[in-house]
Design a protein around this ligand. Structure first.
Ligand code: GAR
Length: 217
């Protein structure tokens, strides 16, 4: 299908969100295709998942570069060579330099397992349990220079049950992530969600940018 946006995916590990994007892109009406998957870790399981789907992969090890900018320059070069239009961070555990964020401004998405702006950074599930919130979830946002803080594209909410521990809450949020990331990528790839003046604006015919799984599954 012509006219589909070319997506580069950044991963560091398991790659379950990558798989959700690959599966979505396998649908004929999906407005994007996965052109290249880059991992900063050679042993990332997601690389195997991408290769199984016949998608080009690359390992770009941050430790081989002197500093963040040099590493990010290599990422951008690889994505440009692959004709990438949109970058998706799917469990990519490195902070980007300002130059990378500017290069992909309005064209780079990140998924985070909390209802931002709550619980940025590491261990968001433990943070949610510690805070005692009764609703948790996942957020897809445009990447900005601050970690887990860019303009929000889509959010998905799940309940927090009194019996939850980090494992059960993570699993419930992850299932939501797998629905949410394709939805957000679709919105951006079609232009139905765009970054304008620090906020996301939606086209009149955009799908609602939120999901919820209530009551608890
Ligand atoms: C996902 O839960 C994703 O939201 C999170 O890492 C996990 C990766 O899992 N990302 C962050 O915490 C980024 N701040 P996956 O490799 O199976 O997609």
């Amino acid at each position: 299908m012509s006219g589909r946006k070319r997506v580069g995916v950044l991963i560091s590990g398991r790659g379950s969100n990558l798989v959700s994007l690959i599966e979505a892109a396998g649908q004929p009406d999906f407005p994007a295709e996965i052109a290249l998957v880059i991992s900063n870790k050679a042993d990332a399981l997601g690389l195997v998942r991408a290769a199984e789907a016949g998608i080009a992969t690359a390992v770009i090890d941050h430790k081989a570069y002197k500093g963040r900018e040099a590493f990010d320059t290599a990422l951008t070069a690889a994505f440009k060579e692959a004709g990438v239009d949109i970058v998706c961070n799917a469990g990519f555990m490195r902070l980007h330099s300002a130059v990378f964020v500017r290069e992909w401004h309005g064209r780079q998405l990140n998924i985070h397992p909390s209802l931002l702006p709550a619980f940025r950074g590491l261990h968001p599930h433990a943070q949610a349990l510690e805070a005692g919130v009764r609703v948790a979830g996942a957020t897809v946002h445009f990447v900005s220079e601050d970690m887990d803080a860019g303009p929000i594209i889509a959010q998905g909410a799940v309940p927090v049950l009194p019996s939850d521990d980090e494992d059960t809450l993570s699993a419930r949020i992850l299932a939501m992530e797998h629905r949410l990331f394709p939805l957000a990528l679709r919105l951006v790839a079609t232009g139905a969600a765009q970054l304008e003046g620090g906020h996301v604006v939606y086209g009149a015919d955009a799908a609602p940018p939120f999901l919820a799984s209530f009551p608890a599954p």
